[in-house]
Design a protein around this ligand. Structure first.
Ligand code: ADP
Length: 352
């Protein structure tokens, strides 16, 4: 069965075509500048039309959807009710869900009758216990405003956890894992018996680790303090926290870890500080999740930094488990969110 996997972002569409269940990758690509001035692609519909001209006999489409809130705990076949549900999540994921939805709607028009599956970044974390996902805020905000920890990168964490189980030749329900997804966006998840029990990203992907351009955990009082002092509104403040902070904001150089390592080696102190903060925050979370899990079989690294930057991995792991009787395995596992989406779509469709 040929399954097309679509990751439809606000200005780009990434796609991969798989033959399932062999998992053979047939084709992949990225279209950029969707909807931008002067672009070949006025909207997602015209972008997807171009993609579909390159592929034939697609039998199903798997879509990445960032936010499924509490409505979607697993992948679902798209129908009118699902579209309505994804639309309702746009309110709490205004940067991502509308673009994901545009991809789904375009595919429905271009491939009438072909089954579409929505796979949610948040779904894997729906197993979090309430004591991990409720914030220390008035409880009403959870009930009325859907304010809680959701967590993201779920497809990636789930994929690498399954890979770890395969490589270690031990069933997932016998494993305690911590997976570190370190790309431009970064998150860390405690996985107990194959279930996510805590994760660093929160209501939005801003919480947790220091990332390329996102600040991660900060004292919430500093947000209003900075807004008052700098006379900026919430939109500008949100942009600073999401796009001008993290490695980029601390170093004043770049959000790219490769450039920062080169600069730090050449003696740039701010680049060195940014890397130190990045590493320290990850070590803190690993310590916390070790105690949450009550043991650890393997620590997994994935995504751009996790897979490629051995020196960062070394700094994170140095002396980290010295006090443990049984040392966990340290694993580097390339993530493959698209394959996971293809697998889940195939499974759902096969089940009928
Ligand atoms: P995204 O979250 O955008 O998918 P990636 O997973 O591609 O991000 O990770 C980007 C980060 O990984 C950057 O900080 C980059 O410097 C770092 N990195 C290191 N080596 C590589 C590599 N070989 N390819 C891609 N990114 C790399």
């Amino acid at each position: 069965m040929k399954i097309l996997v679509i990751n439809s972002g606000s200005s780009s569409i990434k796609y991969k075509l798989f033959d399932m269940p062999s998992e053979r990758l047939i084709l992949k690509g990225t279209l950029e500048h969707i909807g931008e001035k002067g672009s070949k692609f006025a909207d997602h519909y015209s972008g997807l039309k171009t993609i579909l001209e390159k592929v034939d006999s697609v039998e199903a489409v798997g879509h990445r959807v960032v936010h499924g809130a509490e409505k979607f705990k697993k992948p679902v076949q798209v129908n009118r009710k699902v579209i309505k549900g994804i639309k309702e999540c746009c309110d709490i994921a205004p940067l991502h869900n509308p673009a994901n939805l545009a991809g789904i709607v375009a595919c429905q028009k271009l491939l009438p009758g072909v089954k579409q599956v929505a796979v949610f970044d948040t779904a894997f974390h729906q197993t979090l216990p309430a004591h991990a996902y409720i914030y220390g805020l008035p409880y009403d905000y959870y009930k009325k405003l859907q304010v809680r920890k959701y967590g993201f990168h779920g497809t990636s964490h789930e994929y690498v956890a399954a890979e770890a189980s395969r490589i270690l030749k031990k069933p997932l329900n016998k494993l305690k894992l911590i997976s570190c997804h370190l790309g431009n966006g970064c998150s860390i998840t405690a996985v107990d018996k194959g279930r996510s029990i805590d994760t660093s990203m929160g209501f939005t992907p801003l919480e947790g680790l220091v990332m390329g351009t996102r600040c991660g955990d900060v004292d919430p009082a500093l947000v209003t303090h900075i807004m008052t002092k700098k006379k900026i509104d919430s939109r500008v403040m949100e942009c600073i926290l999401n796009k001008e902070s993290g490695l980029k904001g601390i170093s004043g150089i770049s959000n790219d870890m490769r450039s920062l390592e080169a600069k730090a080696k050449a003696g740039n102190k701010r680049a060195e500080l940014a890397i130190d903060i990045f590493v320290y925050r990850i070590r803190k979370y690993i310590g916390a999740y070790l105690s949450v899990l009550g043991g650890l079989d393997a620590l997994i690294f994935t995504a751009g930094i996790g897979e490629n930057q051995a020196s960062v991995r070394g700094s994170i792991c140095r002396g980290l488990f010295g006090y443990l009787n049984k040392k966990p395995k340290i694993m580097v596992i390339p993530t493959n969110e698209e394959l996971m989406i293809a697998r889940q779509s195939y499974k759902l469709i096969r089940r009928g």
